[in-house]
Structure formats: C-alpha cells, structure tokens
Ligand binder design. Structure first.
Ligand SMILES: O=c1ccn([C@@H]2O[C@H](COP(=O)(O)OP(=O)(O)O[C@H]3O[C@H](CO)[C@@H](O)[C@H](O)[C@H]3O)[C@@H](O)[C@H]2O)c(=O)[nH]1
Ligand SMILES: [Mn+2]
Length: 570
C-alpha cells in the first residue's frame, strides 16, 4: 500500500480542451489573410492610405499568429501535496527563503508589507524550513519599526505544530477563541503601526541608525547610492539572495512584491510537488503564479485586473541549481559566500547557529560595491537591464533549456493590489512596455535565444507576443488615425459596401468581438467588464505603450535612462 502511494505522481499535466477556440482562431486568421490578399490586389489602385492600412493589417495578422501559437496548447496542473507528505518525511522537505521587496513608505504603506510578511510566515509548511527576508530600498524607519513589531508579536501562531493555524474548517470553540485572539492581536498591531505613522517623530524603537539618513545614499542597511547605477528591484533581490545564502541558504526561493499576500496557505507544498515531482532534473526549475488582485473595482473600469490575460509574475525559483563551478568564482570576494554556494550545490542548507555568525559577512555582501567585477545581474541572480527584471530573468533560464510551470491553483496563490486610478495604471503599463521592449532589444532577445541557445520556437513566439507591446502602439495609432485622415481627404481605406471584401471586414469585426466577449463571460466576468477592457486596451496601447516605446528610443539614443516608477498601493 505504501509503495502504491509513493509511486503515484506528485503532479499531473492536463491539456485544456480548446477545440472550439482553436477553430475560431483559425477562422479569424484566414479572414485576416483574405483581407491582406484583397489589399495586395488593389495596392496599385489606391495610394498612401491603402499601403498604410496594408502594413497595419499585416502587423495585426502577425500578432494574431503569435496569439494562436500561445493559446494553442494550454495545460493545467493538478498537484498532490498529500502524496508529497507521504513520500518525503517532514524533516527532509526542502527549506525555502522568502523575499519581500518594498521601496517607498508613502506609495507602499508599511502595513501592506506587514500583511504580506505575516501571510508568508503562516504558510502550511514546517515553520523551521521557512525564512523571510525583507528589503526596503526606501530606508524607511516606519517600515523597519513595523517589521520589528511583527517579529515580536504573533510569532507563536506560526509554530507549525499548532493545529489551530492550519485547520481552517475547524469550528470548535478552541479554534474560535484562538482565531479571535489572533484577530485582536493583529488589530493591536495595525493600530500601533497606524499611530507610529501619524506621529512620525516618536517611533518607539531604537532607530539611531536611521537618524539623518538619506534614502538615496545610506550605509548598508541596504544597497543604494547615487554613484552606482541602480537596478531597482533586481538589485534588491540579488542582495537578499546573497544575504540569505550566508544565513539560511535554502535551496528554494520565493519572491513576492510587498503587496502580494499569500492567499493559499498550501502554495509552497503545491509548488514543491511541481519542483520535486518532475522526472528529469531539467524538468521544472521555477513556478510562476499569475498576478491576481484583491478588492478590484467593479467591472474593471481601468482594464487592469488581468483576469483574462494573466500576467506572468511571481516566481519561486530554484536558482541555485543553475550555478556551476565556473560561476562560483564570480560570486564576489566573500569567501563565506563562496562556501555557502558550494554548500548549496551539494543540496545542503546552513544550520541555524550560522545565523548570528554571519551578520558581519552579510553586511559585506549587501554593500553596494560588492557586485563590482562579479557576475551578479549579468549571469547570476536577477538580471539587470530592464524595468521588467522578472521577465528578463525568466527567458534567460528558459534559454538554458530549463522549464517552468504556470499553475492556476484554487484558491489563488497570491493577491496583490491593482492600481485604482487612471495615471497609476498608465505608469505601470508604460513601465511594463518599456521593460519588455528592453528585453526584446537586448542580447536576451528570444529570437537569438532560439537560434543560438535552447529556447523552444513556440516559447519564442509567446515571448515575442508579450515583448512587442511597445511596438504595437505604432500600427494601432496609425490605424486609428486612418478614418480621420480619410474623412479629411475624402478618400477611403475600407472596402466599399458593394465589394465582397466588405463582408470579410465585417465578419472579422463581429467574430473577433464575440470571441473576446466569450472569453470574458467564460471567466465569469460581465459584459461591462469586457467593454471596459476593450476600451482600455485601445487607450493603453496608444498612450502608455507608446510612451514606453519612446522611452526605449531615448535610452537607445543615450538621451535618458529608463526608470522604475513604483505603483501606488492602497
Ligand atoms: O527601486 C525599487 C523599485 C521597486 N521595488 C519593488 O518592486 C516591486 C514591484 O513594484 P510595483 O511598483 O509594485 O510594480 P508592479 O508593476 O506592480 O510589479 C510588477 O512588475 C515589476 C516589473 O516591472 C516586477 O518587478 C514585479 O514583480 C511585478 O509584480 C515592489 O515590491 C517594489 O517595492 C524595489 O524593491 N526597489
Ligand atoms: Mn505591484
């Protein structure tokens, strides 16, 4: 019996049924081709408008090919944590270092980071196997104070063997009491933090280190000085990777933004099923979860809740696995860190007594000069050079032949905060479009990775679909400009009503919109939400993505650098 359970797979990959959708994908593709043939046929009859329409429609058709390829073979993952726990004794489960980044106490109120940290510590996973590291690029005493308070208060709830922490369905009075006590304690904690924010000058803990601190130039509490080029979140993640390498040195890392609290307590177990359950070592090395949001506005007026097109985002990454002996020499001058890396390569973690001994070395490896002359950000850790550093690092791993998984757990793995107002939505979209185009134009371009490395061509098409966001603004803008231009010049760019091609255009229009509408309805969204998303998609493409495109042009011309503008969370 025991043998039967240990031989069962830890996860299963299940192809999603999408025959009807594939049918519509192909119909739309052929209609688009038909329209292009018609354009070519009459290219000599009409002038500028015709050529422009032909170029735009060629781009839309190319984009549609990328869409078809991306959606053609979708898979779901079923994971079985119970089998994992039967197969691996609790003491042998791998440890996980969890990283949270924050940077601005005004745009990212400390209580948000606190909630995220608390949710990570409450994972349904042996508590001594979890370690949480927080980086604050803003050097905020309030964030520091809030986290000190967290470390004091509710830790006893996360002892792991306390049944009250995991039995969500237990309605016994004991559980109810514990639950209420925990809730009260959380209330007290948040009131304390709220008070500290309101009376900024009397933060009740030892903050001498923060006095007269400049958030852009400070000693190593963290890593940020104006004379070193700043790589935003990527550099913060690399600092945390090194520091954790010295302290706990877990073989797995989990990264979330400060506003992404864990919504599914078993998510580490689910991820372990994928990471440990694959047959060959090259199978799955990181797991990503889509970005989902809490308290989104009704009907998604800004079209940014990404319910239909899920963004690829948070990832648990077994980065250590890809470190080889050659790279060992390039982790920097710290002997202790080299030892830790070698240790990790053998699959070992650091013992808890290592923690206090490693503080001094941790300061050294967190210093902003430490990375000078090393491979950090180029071959090691989170890569530098894009304002979407996560989407730069992912393809690099894929191009080495490693695989990843993108499961859709229920309940959702993590919930974040979608910007709730116009300008913030646009700023975020502009940063993404900028970052994606930076990757497309870098040496990590998916086309090069397919030709010269091990990126699969279907992966390449999907990356191209996403990385060309910024470029898409140009044909969309031109196409939107055509009707106005034609009215002014008394010309036309669409087929006339008596022509057969007229019906092709109409049918494309109708089928495409019914197709997107059905996607929204199947995802349980309203017609209104669909309409809002269509509208915002046009606005975003022609404004935010255009500015993203322009900022990359300015970077190429060496006129200005691209910047990471942080999204406001509330
Ligand atoms: O100098 C910086 C700037 C940002 N951050 C952190 O980076 C994270 C993401 O920033 P946010 O403003 O929330 O951007 P989003 O657009 O919501 O983030 C998405 O897009 C980013 C890339 O543009 C990725 O880094 C994120 O993981 C992804 O969730 C937050 O935790 C920030 O605190 C830093 O640590 N240092
Ligand atoms: Mn965010």
């Amino acid at each position: 019996m025991a043998n039967a359970t240990t031989s069962l797979p830890l996860f299963e990959k299940i192809p999603r049924k999408n025959t009807i959708q594939r049918g519509f994908d192909i119909i739309i593709f052929f209609l688009l081709l038909l329209l292009l043939v018609y354009r070519l046929y009459f290219l000599n009859h009409y002038g500028f408008t015709w050529i422009l329409a032909f170029l735009c429609e060629s781009w839309f058709t190319f984009n549609w090919v990328l869409v078809i390829s991306t959606k053609w073979t979708l898979v779901d993952y079923n994971t079985y944590p119970d089998r994992l726990l039967q197969r691996i004794p609790e003491v042998e489960l791998p440890s996980v270092d969890m990283f949270v980044t924050t940077t601005d106490p005004v745009l990212e109120p400390p209580i948000i980071t606190v909630i995220t940290v608390l949710s990570l510590l409450a994972f349904d996973y042996p508590s001594h196997k979890l370690a949480c590291y927080v980086s604050d690029d803003g050097c905020s005493p309030l964030t520091y104070y809030s986290l000190v308070e967290v470390s004091k208060a509710p830790f006893r709830y996360f002892s792991g063997d306390d049944s009250t922490t995991s039995s969500g369905s237990d309605t016994s009075s004991n559980f109810q009491q514990e639950w209420k006590r925990m809730k009260d304690e959380y209330e007290q904690l948040s009131v304390k933090i709220e008070n500290a924010i309101q009376n900024q000058n009397i933060v009740p803990c030892d903050l001498t280190i923060f006095s007269k601190m400049d958030s852009k130039n400070h000693p190593t509490i963290l890593n940020k000085r104006p004379n070193h080029s700043h790589h935003y979140k990527a550099v913060a993640m690399n600092v945390l990777t090194r520091v954790s390498g010295l302290m706990t040195n877990a073989s797995y890392m989990l990264n979330v933004d400060c506003d992404m609290y864990a919504n599914n307590p078993k998510i580490v177990l689910h991820s372990m099923c994928l990471l440990l359950g694959s047959n060959s070592e090259k199978e799955i090395v990181f797991v990503q979860f889509s970005q989902a949001f809490y308290e989104g506005l009704k009907d998604d007026p800004y079209g940014n809740q990404l319910v239909v097109m899920r963004e690829l985002d948070i990832f648990i990454e077994d980065n250590i696995a890809s470190v080889n002996e050659e790279i060992l020499k390039r982790v920097g001058s710290s002997k202790e860190l080299m030892k830790s890396v070698a240790h990790a390569l053998k699959g070992k973690t650091n013992s808890p007594d290592h923690l206090s001994n490693s503080i001094d070395t941790a300061y050294q490896v967190a210093g902003c000069g430490y990375e000078h002359g090393t491979s950090w950000g180029r071959q090691l850790g989170w890569l530098y050079g894009s304002t979407a550093e996560d989407i730069l690092t992912g393809p690099r791993i894929h191009s080495k032949g490693w695989k990843s998984a993108f499961p859709r757990p229920n309940p959702q793995a993590f919930l974040g905060c979608a910007p709730s107002g116009g300008p913030a939505v646009m700023t975020q979209q502009k940063r993404w479009a900028t970052g994606l185009l930076e990757v497309l134009l870098s040496k990590d371009c998916p086309i090069l990775a397919t030709l010269f490395a091990k990126l699969h061509w279907r992966q390449c098409l999907t990356y191209l679909w996403i990385f060309t966001w910024g470029l898409r603004s140009i044909p969309e803008l031109c196409y939107a400009f055509l009707p106005t231009y034609c009215i002014i010049t008394n010309s036309h760019f669409l087929p006339k009503a008596q022509e057969q091609a007229f019906y092709t255009a109409i049918v494309i229009f109708v089928i495409y919109h019914l197709y997107t509408l059905s996607e929204f309805l199947r995802a349980g969204l309203s017609v209104r939400a669909w309409w809002n998303n269509q509208r915002m998609a046009r606005i975003t493409t022609m404004t935010a993505w255009l500015f993203g495109f322009l900022s990359v042009i300015l970077k190429l011309l060496r006129i200005s650098e691209t910047v990471f503008e942080v999204t406001k969370k509330d």
